[in-house]
Design a protein around this ligand. Structure first.
Ligand code: ZN
Length: 255
């Protein structure tokens, strides 16, 4: 079965990911039911499963309406109190989607929220609001150390992993990344490519893990050379990767 993954737009800049195989489709983080219902109807698809990454309203807001209409498995984090979940998940659990002939490994990724999980499989990472293209989620509930650890866990995935995050924040993130390191050649190249996609009104997501490792300042905190550059610019005072990450996250909050 050929499987494809593509976004539905919701709200100002959210992506609801559709994982489609034949006439079946799963959706990830349906913050709004309307675009999902419209799409299922227009494409005559059967909804097979719903996957949730964390408890924020713009990721779960469509659940009451979707679960009223479809009796399908709803997967989400065990460390949350989300209504409508039928299966709760923890680190290392495997989610099987038999209608799509797919399975995903669950990775707990606290930081943005404490309940946050990601789904990894088939070269795809559905990472919600943890890792963004050239950025990362805000620290709403967790600590900088937690989010840094979650991001490094993702960074250890294969270079060709496609990163499906939940928002179109890329150009703004690149603007910040350039303020941090305007000499990063892959970043400058990326800016041109992503700006061209946005000019055509195309999503910049998914991105590739290799590109994130090379250009995302929040992942690059793990590199000694990157921290040396931050020290030279007086952004940090020592060589601690978590403190470097926390400093950049705090700067980005005000950027
Ligand atoms: Zn969120």
């Amino acid at each position: 079965m050929t499987t494809s993954v593509y976004p539905l737009r919701a709200f100002a800049d959210n992506y609801i990911w559709v994982i489609r195989g034949g006439r079946n489709a799963a959706v990830v983080d349906p913050g709004d039911a309307a675009p999902v219902l419209e799409h299922l109807k227009a494409e005559r698809l059967n909804l097979s499963d719903i996957l949730i990454t964390h408890h924020h309203g713009d990721h779960i807001g469509g659940l009451p309406e979707l679960t009223a209409e479809f009796n399908v498995p709803v997967y989400g984090p065990a460390k949350s109190h989300i209504h409508h979940l039928t299966h709760t998940l923890r680190e290392g659990d495997v989610v099987n989607l038999p209608e799509l002939d797919l399975s995903f490994q669950v990775m707990e990724s606290p930081g943005h929220t404490l309940d946050h999980i990601a789904y990894y499989g088939h070269g795809w990472l559905f990472c919600g609001d943890t890792l963004f293209a050239c950025g990362c989620g805000r620290l709403f509930e967790g600590t900088a150390a937690q989010l840094y650890g979650s991001l490094q866990k993702f960074a250890a995935l294969p270079a060709d992993t496609a990163v499906f995050c939940a928002h179109e924040y890329t150009l703004n993130n690149i603007r910040f990344a350039k303020a941090v390191d305007g000499d990063c050649a892959p970043l400058l190249k990326r800016e041109t490519a992503e700006a061209a996609k946005r000019a055509r009104d195309e999503p910049t997501v998914p991105s590739l893990m290799q590109l994130e490792r090379e250009t995302n300042p929040f992942l690059r905190c793990a590199e000694a050379d990157f921290r040396r550059m931050l020290r030279a610019k007086k952004i940090i005072g020592d060589d601690d990767p978590v403190r470097a990450f926390a400093a950049l996250r705090a700067w980005k909050d005000k950027f």
